[in-house]
Ligand binder design. Structure first.
Ligand code: SF4
Ligand code: ZN
Length: 363
């Protein structure tokens, strides 16, 4: 990341009010430095992090924010509660900086394995009038998929433990669930997302956010996209996930990142979930409406909308398997191994582990 891109903020409408997303660059996600998630580029931080400059830029941004927010999301390029990424001094700086900000909910993002008592105390102390949420990348409710399709580095058990600890501190938990997982067909990914939302709620999530994946520069997903035909999902698949959930659950299920924020500039994001040129604006408006108030009524408005691209999407999915196809995943692994010159023994050992454990995927 160029140093000039070390802070950023975005204000949008969500949950009946304004959502502020305040982002800052760190040295990057520690898990990414160890391999990282296949779709994420948060490892591409900067080794030369100038905390004073970042704080002063954030201060400049915060001073310009005169509004009261519904949601205020503080998000580093990785995990807020990993002290290797966000040192304690930086946390203290953030607490002072955000003193004057008013928000109904204050949210931080962090990996499940970074949740600890010290971190939770920091969240309890910051913006004292807000309800607190810890948002965790859950992605999938199956450990097999977390290991073999995402390389998440944590499993569903880690999420469960983190959720328990967060609740004990009087803080709420949000699980981010992925739609458009690498190595799965779009149809299987829809099915997987439906399962994952339910499983995350069972495991203690107070709310879930659906994240359709984009193809970002510097990720394994980029390689799959460039050489192996990975495609971003259609936004009709995002609507299909919501449609397959029980209506009463929808109040707890939000959507995010369904927009292509970078437009023509493809230097950071190569491809984004979409529909067709004819309906794109309308679909975006309807999804925005759902985001403003997640409900059966607002979902129905999306589902009732008709466009030819929806028929094409339906036909495409009809021809796909809804299962996690081990054979297809193994083939893609073989192709990737060739491309990255991975030793055959390592590859075969890995495939054997995957095959043996493939039965763990159940509905
Ligand atoms: S999704 Fe989260 S845990 Fe995975 S590489 Fe990105 S920041 Fe790290
Ligand atoms: Zn269309």
């Amino acid at each position: 990341m160029p140093p000039k891109m070390r802070t950023h903020y975005r204000i949008e409408r969500a949950n009946g009010g304004l959502l502020c997303d305040l982002w800052f660059l760190t040295r990057g996600c520690i898990h990414d430095a160890q391999g990282g998630c296949t779709m994420c580029n948060y490892g591409k931080g900067s080794w030369d992090v100038q905390w004073e400059e970042i704080l002063s830029e954030l201060e400049y941004i915060v001073e310009k924010l005169p509004w009261e927010f519904e949601d205020f999301l503080l998000t580093p390029s990785g995990s807020m509660l990993d002290e290797r990424e966000v040192p304690l001094e930086m946390r203290e700086g953030m607490s002072k900086l955000l003193k004057g900000v008013r928000a109904k909910r204050f949210i931080v993002e962090t990996r499940a394995d970074t949740v600890n008592e010290g971190g939770l105390e920091f969240i309890q102390g910051i913006m004292p009038d807000s309800e607190k949420y810890v948002e965790i990348g859950y992605e999938s409710g199956h450990d097999w998929i977390l290991r073999n399709c995402i390389n998440k580095g944590t499993d569903t058990g880690a999420f469960g433990k983190a959720a328990e600890m967060i609740h004990q501190a009087g803080i709420k938990v949000t699980a981010n669930v992925g739609v458009g997982l690498p190595f799965l067909s779009e149809k299987a990914s829809v099915r997987e997302a439906v399962y994952s939302v339910k499983r995350a709620l069972e495991q203690g999530a107070d709310s879930v956010v659906l994240f359709p994946y984009h193809v970002k520069h510097g990720t394994l997903l980029e390689v799959l996209y460039q050489h192996h035909g990975y495609q971003c999902i259609s936004l009709w698949s995002l609507a299909a996930v919501l449609e397959k959930l029980p209506k009463q659950m929808l109040e707890q299920v939000q959507i995010s990142w369904y927009k292509d924020y970078f437009g023509e500039d493809r230097s950071h994001i190569f491809a984004s979930p979409s529909t067709c040129g004819k309906c794109a604006k309308d679909v975006m408006r309807l999804l925005d409406q759902y985001r403003e108030e997640p409900s059966g009524k607002n979902l129905d408005a999306v589902l009732k909308y008709h466009c030819e691209c929806k028929e094409e999407w339906e036909k495409r999915l009809d021809g796909q398997s809804a299962e996690v196809e081990y054979g297809r995943i193994a083939d893609e692994y073989r192709q990737l191994a060739k491309e990255f010159d991975v030793n055959d023994d390592i590859l075969e050992e890995e495939l054997m582990i995957m095959e043996k454990t493939a039965g763990d995927i159940k509905d």
